[in-house]
Ligand binder design. Structure first.
Ligand code: NAP
Length: 251
């Protein structure tokens, strides 16, 4: 029997990350459930996973040190290699150009989102790719956003942090393809999670009206795609960021 594959899913305590962890566990992988502050929620994700030997890891990805600690712990618990990295943890903050009072606040908002949404994923890829290359197989999957393709008014910082990942996986796919490492993005439109709760409560009807399917994505809609990309069946799709937006934005 071939060795059981391992996956690190960042931001797996809630929402899309929890569903991704569940789908990958269902596919037979051993999961590192990462969270930032919601320990109880992470434990709930862990308890619901199919199969055994899953672990929970805490790390604050808003600092480079937290990212390094997460990579180190994941490599330790999985015996030196993580086969599948899913960087899903993210924050969504407004950064309106004309309404952000000071340059300091503007910088802080953009840098926070770049750190958690993009830099953390980029650093994890750097830290985990060598062992994947040595094994001759691996997957690096970044959860992006429709905003990273289309742009989003009042959220330039968030959109830019997601756009960075889309370009990043293209370059990595070219570079790491010869080593058997597939690199992908997934780009949800609105999804039914805590992150979208405020917007859905305030203007859910108009959001749904702009989606031909008439509903926002479920976390499972996104997780099913991630599980497919993490499988050998998707090896040849490397370099792509795939839309999961109910035909609300096609390009
Ligand atoms: N929901 C949407 O409409 C939507 C649309 C497009 C793209 N996305 C993307 O999908 C991904 C998942 O979003 P979601 O809706 O599931 O979000 P969510 O429900 O708000 O969950 C966010 C996750 O990220 C973790 N996280 C937040 N800040 C962190 C930090 N500083 N360090 C480490 N982890 C941190 C949280 O951990 P704790 O629970 O410990 O706080 C949680 O697990 C994000 O990258 C998001 O940008 C979401």
């Amino acid at each position: 029997m071939s060795e059981r594959k391992t996956a690190l899913v960042t931001g797996a305590s809630r929402g899309i990350g929890r569903a991704i962890a569940a789908h990958l566990a269902e596919a037979g992988l051993r999961i590192a459930v990462h969270y930032n502050v919601n320990q109880t929620a992470a434990a709930k994700t862990w308890a619901g996973l199919a199969g055994s030997s899953h672990v929970v890891i805490n790390a604050d990805l808003s600092t480079p040190g937290g990212v390094e600690q997460l990579a180190q712990e994941a490599l330790e618990v999985f015996g030196g290699r993580v086969d599948v990295l899913v960087h899903n943890a993210g924050i969504y903050e407004p950064s309106p150009v004309l309404q952000t009072p000071t340059l300091g606040e503007w910088r802080a908002a953009l840098r926070r989102q770049m750190q958690v949404n993009f830099w953390a994923g980029a650093d994890l890829a750097y830290l985990l790719a060598p062992a994947m290359a040595q094994a001759g197989w691996g997957k690096i999957i970044l959860v992006s956003s429709r905003a990273g393709i289309r742009g989003e008014a009042r959220h330039a910082g968030y959109a830019a942090s997601k756009a960075a990942g889309i370009n990043f996986v293209k370059s990595l796919a070219m570079e790491l393809g010869p080593q058997g490492i597939g690199c992908y993005g997934v780009a949800p439109g609105w999804a039914e999670t805590d992150m979208a709760a405020e917007a859905l409560a305030a203007r859910g009807d108009s959001i749904r009206a702009a989606i031909p399917l008439g509903r926002v994505a479920s976390p499972d809609d996104v997780a099913a795609l991630v599980a497919f990309l993490a499988s050998p069946a998707a090896d040849y799709l490397t370099g792509n960021t795939i839309d999961v937006n109910g035909a609300s934005y096609l390009h």
